[in-house]
Design a protein around this ligand. Structure first.
Ligand SMILES: C[S@@+](CC[C@H](N)C(=O)[O-])C[C@H]1O[C@@H](n2cnc3c(N)ncnc32)[C@H](O)[C@@H]1O
Length: 316
């Protein structure tokens, strides 16, 4: 969760998950790739716990389990960047798919309900998982010569790290919103809002040496949202409200502009989304997922995020 006091991303809780899954969804096929030992251990422990009717299958999870489909419930416990085509085919109409979904550098636990021609979310919550093996749509690259500043983006975004090198070498200026947060107030919602409206939304990470060297501190150096457009960049930042404010201070949220012809515009657009978030901080977006071959005319209006097997829309 992004907080002014954050140092790193949150992790998933491990304790008790397997038994909860088995209780809720008996006969669920548990898919695990690569770690045969893990699957064997799962089998042993499930049997010992009295869940002999839960099947354990070792294969690429993207393939699902066609031999047991259709499923009323599907869950993934690894970060999914694309929605595999097999999952569309194997989830029953009216069925529910819960997964940690990755887009634009963030991950959310999304619960989808399947309609005939699309899936709609009814829950979107913060979470963190490692990426699924075999999905290679995420890109990363340093944007500075010292390799201290990195951005992460999706394959459908025309982002070229080298094009930002000139921008990030400049001092940069800031635009500020009126929104303030306490050290423990989450502001992850700003990033989500950006993904719904801004095609250049990505993630920036900055090592302390770059900040010591004069770069403005992103709101959370290890993971903050950024906007990229050609050779221009803006990223979320904050500053203490009180001069010399310490850890207890409130912070004002804003956008730091690297440089480039669109830098000021990007910063203003980022601030616009901070304001939209500030007006209703707990608002949860609805994600609508369509199969990749759905024509534009059948999509709801909004920003579309295209992946090999899914067209994703985020709306408020
Ligand atoms: C966070 S662990 C979850 C393990 C287990 N499901 C649990 O709940 O304890 C993620 C697991 O997904 C596996 N994994 C990664 N990519 C996969 C893929 N394409 N197919 C199947 N399993 C995969 C990893 O090897 C890892 O064991």
């Amino acid at each position: 969760m992004l907080r002014a006091s954050s140092k790193s991303s949150s992790c998933t809780r491990r304790r008790g998950r397997r038994s909860i899954v088995a209780e809720a969804w008996k006969n669920t096929a548990v898919l695990q790739r690569g770690l045969i030992d893990v699957a064997a251990h799962a089998r042993t422990m499930l049997d010992a716990a009295g869940y002999g009717d839960v099947r354990v299958i070792t294969r690429d999870g993207a393939l699902g389990a066609r031999e047991h489909a259709p499923f009323d419930r599907m869950i993934a416990t690894v970060g999914v960047w694309d929605l595999p085509a097999a999952w569309w085919d194997q989830l029953a109409i009216g069925g529910r798919l819960v997964l940690p979904l990755r887009w634009r550098g963030l991950t959310r636990s999304v619960a989808f309900i399947r309609d005939k021609d699309r899936m709609r979310s009814d829950s979107v919550k913060t979470c963190g998982f490692l990426p699924m093996i075999g999905q290679d749509g995420e890109r990363e690259g340093h944007i500075d010569a010292d390799r201290l500043i990195k951005i992460y983006w999706d394959a459908d975004q025309p982002i070229v790290p080298l094009a930002l090198r000139g921008a990030i070498a400049q001092p940069g200026t800031c635009a500020w919103s009126e929104a303030t947060v306490g050290p423990e107030d989450p502001f992850d919602g700003v990033w989500l809002r950006l993904t719904a409206t801004e095609p250049g939304t990505c993630r920036i990470t900055v090592k302390p040496a770059a900040i010591d060297g004069g770069l403005r501190r992103p709101a959370v150096p290890a993971l903050s949202p950024a906007l990229v457009q050609g050779g221009s960049l803006a990223y979320l930042t904050l500053r203490p409200l009180a001069e010399g404010g310490g850890a207890e201070s409130r912070f004002r949220l804003g956008a730091a502009v690297g440089y480039g012809s669109d830098g000021v515009d990007l910063a203003e657009r980022l601030c616009e989304q901070i304001r939209a978030w500030d007006r209703d901080r707990t608002a949860e977006p609805v994600l609508t997922a369509y199969p990749a071959d759905t024509p534009d005319s059948r999509l709801i209006t909004g920003q579309v995020i295209d992946k090999p097997s899914v067209r994703l829309m985020i709306s408020y």
